[in-house]
Design a binder for this molecule. Structure first.
Ligand SMILES: Nc1nc2c(ncn2[C@@H]2O[C@H](COP(=O)(O)OP(=O)(O)O)[C@@H](O)[C@H]2O)c(=O)[nH]1
Ligand SMILES: [Mg+2]
Length: 285
C-alpha cells in the first residue's frame, strides 16, 4: 500500500488476528490488567472493552504518570473509576521502585474465580492475569518491574512485544504479557494522531511532519507557554514547525528550515517528556 501522507493507516487484518489471540486466552485468566497511557486516558482506552474481554474483573493502570500533570490526572482517576466500576492506579514503570499495589489488587480481583475453582474441589492455583493495552503504553515494562527482571522485551516504539508470554511473579500470581492492539477503526483520525503522538502506532503508518504539526497545534491550545519556553520561541512569533526550526537553527543546506528533522525532534522531545508534563485528552469529550 502506498504511504498516504495525510492520513494514518494500519492493517485491520493484523488487529483482527491479535484480537482473536487475546480472546483465546480469556477462559484461562481470572482478571485483566488494562494499561492506559496516562497522557491519553481516553484515547488509549478501548471503546468497547467488553467486546474484547467479556466481563472479566479489571484493574486499570494509568501508566507513564511521570509524564503527566498529577492534579489533572487525579480528576481522570475519579472519572474512570466512576465509569468503569473498577479500581484505577497510576503507575510509573520507568522510575518506581515499588509497584506491589498492582500485585495486591490483581490477586484480590482474581480471588472470586479461584474460590469458585476450589469449591469444585480443585487445589488453589496462582491467579492468572492478562495484561492488555495499546502498543507502547508500558505493559512489558510493568511486568519487568514487578518481576525485577528483564523477562519481557521492551522498547520505545510500537510492536516490540510480538507474542503472548506467561511470566510467573510469585506463587500467588502469573501474568500474561500480550502484544499491544490498536483500535480496528481508524476513521477517527484525531484519535489516530493522538495515538501516533505517544508512539502507539507504528511509525510506518504516518508522516512525521503531519503528526508533529498536529501535535504542535494541540499543545498550542493548552500548553502553549511551555512549548514556547522549551523551544525559546517569543510570544509574538507564531508557534509552528517552521519557526521552531528557525529558532533552533535546524536548517537544511541553503538555510531553509529542516522540517523533517524538526518534526522528528519535536515528537521525540514530547515523547520523552522534555517539553513538559501533559495530558492531551479532554475530560468533557
Ligand atoms: N517515562 C516513562 N516511560 C515508560 C513508562 N513505562 C514504560 N515506559 C517506556 O515506554 C516504552 C514502551 O514500553 P514497553 O514496556 O515496551 O510497552 P508495551 O509495548 O506496552 O509493552 C519503553 O521505552 C519504556 O521504557 C513509564 O511509566 N514512564
Ligand atoms: Mg510489550
Amino acid at each position: 500500500m502506498k504511504k498516504d501522507k495525510l492520513h494514518i493507516h494500519w492493517y485491520p487484518g493484523h488487529i483482527a488476528k491479535a484480537e482473536k489471540k487475546l480472546k483465546e486466552q480469556l477462559s484461562l485468566v481470572d482478571a485483566v490488567i488494562e494499561v492506559l497511557d496516562a497522557r491519553l486516558p481516553l484515547s488509549s482506552s478501548y471503546d468497547n472493552i467488553t467486546r474484547l474481554l467479556g466481563e472479566k474483573p479489571r484493574l486499570i493502570l494509568l501508566n507513564k504518570a511521570d509524564l503527566t500533570d498529577k492534579n489533572e490526572l487525579n480528576k481522570w482517576i475519579k472519572l474512570i473509576e466512576g465509569k468503569s466500576g473498577f479500581p484505577v492506579l497510576t503507575t510509573d514503570a520507568k522510575n518506581s521502585k515499588d509497584l506491589s499495589l498492582i500485585v495486591k489488587k490483581a490477586v484480590e480481583l482474581s480471588e472470586p474465580r479461584i474460590q469458585a475453582i476450589m469449591k469444585k474441589g480443585l487445589l488453589r492455583r496462582p491467579a492468572r492475569v492478562m495484561v492488555v493495552g495499546m502498543p507502547n503504553v508500558g505493559k512489558s515494562s510493568i511486568i519487568n518491574k514487578l518481576t525485577r527482571s528483564s523477562k519481557t522485551k521492551i522498547g520505545a516504539k510500537a510492536g516490540v512485544t510480538r507474542q503472548q508470554q506467561w511470566v510467573r511473579l510469585n506463587p500467588q500470581l502469573e501474568l500474561l504479557d500480550t502484544p499491544g492492539i490498536i483500535p480496528m477503526k481508524q476513521e477517527d483520525q484525531a484519535r489516530a494522531k493522538r495515538l501516533a503522538f505517544v508512539n502507539a502506532v507504528s511509525e510506518n503508518a504516518y508522516s512525521s511532519e503531519i503528526v508533529a504539526n498536529e501535535l504542535l497545534e494541540l499543545l498550542n491550545q493548552k500548553y502553549s507557554a511551555q512549548v514556547r519556553e522549551f523551544y525559546k520561541l517569543p510570544d509574538d512569533i507564531e508557534l509552528s514547525l517552521e519557526n521552531i526550526a528557525l529558532a533552533r537553527n535546524w536548517l537544511v543546506s541553503g538555510g531553509s528550515p529542516d522540517l523533517e528533522r524538526t518534526s522528528v525532534y519535536i515528537l521525540r522531545d514530547f515523547r520523552e517528556g522534555k517539553i513538559g508534563k501533559f495530558i492531551l485528552d479532554e475530560i468533557e469529550e
